[in-house]
Design a protein around this ligand. Structure first.
Ligand code: GUN
Ligand code: ZN
Length: 445
């Protein structure tokens, strides 16, 4: 069905880390987006669109609102929804004490389904329209996730976690079963509707060299699939990787030596990477997901975004929640935390840069910029509508905002959940705020 929405349109045409506003910003203070068959079929200033738009087309006018491309979460663990806010530990102890306990429940399809549904509703309620998702070692956890993702009509990336050592026996596969299950899941899900498969070795310490080898092989055998893992999140983890892979030059070299780097490989965190590792990321087209709330919560450290994106050898970086070590489903809140990390590193990012990392930049990190992440005719119509009067405080504060940059910066700083007025998936209203109850309502769940 053809429909259209009207409001202030904001999107990125280029990279605000490397270009100036005249080049990177698309801003239409009163614009219209026309959507049909899942795509944006026309867009531009309302004054022009109203002339050529068939009056029979349903047009929803969002007043005092920004319409943006839906947010993209480059790294998140849906099975960890039930352990958000688990107290006190840093990475390895947190994994053992909380994560590996929770993940053992996902062989139970109904538990996986319930969690996947809640997870996707929360994503939509926060304006997130695409995520790169870790499931658990159980293929059931992947089936449950993709089944719900298809129901929602979302473009999501996900995969079965591969682990054949250093985790409870209930969570281990073997190099061979991990390979076989991954292959079967790729055949079942990759390219079905909007689903994309990601080969998902958890991280170097939980895979034997044999599994790392077979992981690289199965990824290579299926062009177009993704690979996701973790890297250099925590200092203790890095020391452990040195012990487990003594012949590797550094952490990244472990993945490199097993053929895990390249376009569509996304490694989470990268808090303690060296200059030569950043260079190798750049050379291979491998992306980093920046997980600020998680890095704060687990006390992992401050990601060096400025260095990662340095123009001489820019690395593709996308923003990520990394739930359940991350603390919020909200990409607005995650942008706010990314700003605080950059402040602590004495190189504050702009609101342009933060929103880019959650939209077009994230799409570039996932090599999906031809489909999602910006407002463009021909792109998939995944959108978020941000209500600038959502709360009394937001409304009051924005009365004192001078320009769009300030509006965006206040949105990411206050990050009120009520600011998400609506989320569109493939041109259809997927989540919208009930003006009476103020709660989100979902079209498919
Ligand atoms: N490193 C390996 N597994 C995980 C995980 O589940 N979460 C985080 N934050 N880091 C990891
Ligand atoms: Zn993670």
């Amino acid at each position: 069905m053809k429909s259209a929405i009207r409001g202030t349109l904001v999107s990125f045409k280029d990279n605000p880390f490397h270009t100036d506003k005249s080049q990177f910003l698309y801003h239409e203070s009163d614009g219209i987006i026309v959507m049909e068959n899942g795509k944006i079929t026309d867009m531009g200033p309302a004054s022009e669109l109203l002339v050529r738009l068939d009056p029979a087309v349903e047009l929803t006018h969002y007043k005092n609102a920004l319409i943006m491309p839906g947010f993209i979460d480059c790294h998140v663990h849906y099975p960890q929804t039930e352990i958000i806010g688990a107290y006190g530990e840093q990475l390895i102890d947190w994994l053992n004490k909380y994560t590996f306990v929770a993940e053992q429940k996902f062989g139970d399809k109904s538990h996986a389904e319930l969690t996947a549904t809640l997870f996707l509703k929360e994503a939509l309620a926060n304006g997130t329209t695409t995520a790169s998702v870790f499931c658990t070692v159980e293929p059931t956890s992947v089936d449950a996730f993709f089944e719900q993702s298809v129901k929602a009509g979302m473009r999501n990336i996900a995969g079965k976690v591969l682990m054949d050592r250093n985790a409870p026996p209930e969570l281990l596969d073997t190099a061979q079963t991990g390979y076989d299950q991954t292959k079967a899941l790729i055949e079942k899900w990759h390219g079905k509707d909007r689903c994309l498969y990601s080969v998902t070795p958890r991280f170097a310490p939980t895979s034997t060299p044999e599994q790392m080898e077979m992981t690289g092989a199965v990824w290579k055998e299926h062009p177009g699939t993704y690979l996701q893992s973790h890297i250099s999140e925590n200092k203790g983890e890095i020391e452990w990787v040195k012990e487990l892979y003594p012949s590797s030059k550094d952490y990244l070299d472990v993945y490199d030596s097993f053929g895990h780097l390249g376009p569509r490989s996304i490694l989470g965190h990268g808090v303690h990477l060296s200059e030569s590792e950043f260079t190798r990321f750049s050379e291979t087209g491998t992306a980093i997901s920046h997980c600020p709330t998680s890095n704060f919560f687990l006390g992992s450290g401050l990601f060096n975004l400025k260095s990662a994106v340095a123009s001489e050898r820019a690395v593709r970086v996308g923003l990520a929640t990394d739930l359940g070590a991350g603390t919020s489903f909200s990409m607005l809140a995650t942008m706010g935390e990314a700003y605080k990390v950059s402040q602590l590193r004495s190189s504050p990012i702009t609101a342009w840069q933060a929103f880019y990392l959650a939209t077009r930049g994230a799409a570039e990190a996932l090599y999906l910029e031809d489909k999602i992440g910006s407002l463009q005719t021909g792109h998939e119509a995944d959108l978020v509508v941000l209500d600038l009067k959502a709360t009394e405080l937001l409304d009051h504060r924005l009365n004192f905002a001078d320009d769009l940059h300030e509006e965006l910066f206040v949105l990411m700083t206050l990050a009120p959940s009520e600011a998400i007025a609506a989320t569109y998936i493939a041109g259809e209203l997927a989540a919208s705020r009930n003006q009476t109850t103020n709660r989100m309502e979902f079209a498919k769940f």
